[in-house]
Write a protein that binds this ligand. Structure first.
Ligand code: PLP
Length: 403
């Protein structure tokens, strides 16, 4: 073949983080098929969909097989009823955006990647560690990246104070995947003020907003003064309502932003709208019954997080998160690399987490545990980790030390 490929793909890791984890797990299963693997790794939900969501989707599917109820291509922006419901969802928290400032998507990941189409060669600012999609999709477009370190000394909440006053596209994720850290209003105000002064844009990923349990913490960038002039927001039904397999999300772009028109044009060209059935499911997920069921599922995951957090606290292992996010971000002492630690835990206990290095350079030396799991698995994981911890303690060496 003589065509030229996008050689920017050479700049990103050859395997997506979770594909590499799956590869190592498969190898372990081949070596030790009888050992049950407990996954606290990939951030995929495990609770079934709320009944009202699956019933609404069944009805929508049945309706599609009738002459009157059949639906073909829909509005690329999304079902008007769903756009209204999403706008109402924001209104409850005092954020006033009109339905046509939202765009329904097939999930946050696609929008976060596709938004790159809207920008020229602006410099990008990304917190490190963070969800890898922002970095990889901008590297594929050959953009220059600047990192803001999130570490123990800044409570995993970087600020824009050392950035030069020039326009950047700044990605923020709160609650953060992987650290579980959440920006306060003041933290976000600093970013919005910086963006207004420098002419920057903030892309705010709110995929975990529904896990925030303290009402003083912001769920949306649009709760912050001035954000309408410099920010857009990407969000998802995936973690909020268990839609990782159903696929539905949204992006909010205020009218005042030139990006509203650009995104509309981009979507009209490259997207034909989210599935009608998914959107009907999403509508049910935002109904009073859906919201109550979602909250129960989130409480279940957060109880898992509490159990894991208790174990870590008892053993004196430093971690962040686990309160407003389904992730616990553990510091691995004794300089073991996060992939080595992943292999160590996998072979010794059959418990899988996610190596911090997969989320950026500052993620090295850390390990993410996800609370998206069945309760019995969480108890078993804690038991196995506890046994490992104790056996190493008896040998008078540290739990995390490789022997
Ligand atoms: N944003 C963050 C921070 C995530 O962790 C994830 C998924 O894990 C997504 C976006 C993607 O969500 P979706 O399933 O809607 O594509």
């Amino acid at each position: 073949m003589k065509i030229k490929f996008n050689d920017n793909f050479d700049k990103i890791p050859q395997n997506y983080l979770f594909s590499e984890i799956a590869r190592r797990v498969d190898e372990q299963k081949r070596k030790n098929p009888s050992k049950k693997i407990i996954s606290l790794g990939i951030g995929d939900v495990t609770r079934p969909l709320p009944k009202c969501v699956s019933s609404a989707m069944s009805r929508a599917a049945a309706q599609m097989s009738t002459r009157e109820g059949f639906r073909g291509y829909g509005d690329t922006r999304g079902l008007p009823e769903l756009l209204n419901s999403v706008a109402e969802y924001y209104k409850k928290r005092g954020v006033l955006l009109s339905p046509d400032e939202f765009f329904i998507s097939d999930g946050a990941k696609s929008d976060l990647g596709n938004l790159c189409d809207l920008f020229d060669d602006n410099e990008i600012v990304i917190c490190d560690p963070v969800y890898p999609v922002y970095l990889d999709s901008n590297l594929m477009s050959n953009r220059k990246i600047r990192f803001l370190s999130a570490n123990r000394s800044n409570n995993f909440l970087p600020s824009p104070q050392n950035l030069p006053k020039k326009p950047f596209v700044i990605y923020l994720c709160s609650p953060n995947n992987p650290t579980g850290a959440v920006f306060s209003r003041e933290n976000l105000q600093d970013f919005v003020d910086f963006a207004l002064e420098s002419g920057s844009l903030v892309i705010f990923d709110a995929a975990y907003e529904s896990f925030i349990s303290d009402n003083t913490l912001p769920h949306s960038i649009f709760e912050i003064d001035g954000a309408r002039e410099c920010a857009i927001e990407v969000c998802s039904f995936s973690k909020m309502a268990g839609f990782t397999g159903v696929r539905c999300g949204w992006t909010a772009i205020p009218h005042s932003s030139p990006l509203n028109k650009l995104w509309c044009r981009r979507q009209a060209t490259k997207f034909n709208g989210a599935s009608y059935i998914s959107q009907i499911g999403a509508l049910a997920a935002l109904s009073p019954e859906g919201l109550t069921e979602n909250a129960k599922n989130i409480a279940y995951y957060m109880e898992n997080a509490r159990i894991l957090a208790d174990f870590l606290t008892k053993k004196g292992i430093f971690y962040c998160g686990g309160v407003h996010a389904p992730y616990l971000w553990i510091e691995i002492p004794h300089a073991q690399s996060s992939w080595d630690f992943f292999d160590f835990l996998l072979t010794k206990t059959g418990v899988i987490g996610t190596p911090g290095a997969g989320f950026g350079r500052c993620g090295e030396g850390h390990f993410r545990l996800s609370s998206f799991a069945d309760r019995t698995d969480v108890f078993e994981a804690v038991e196995r980790l506890n046994d490992l911890f104790n056996s190493y303690k008896e040998k008078n060496c540290h739990f995390f030390e490789k022997k």
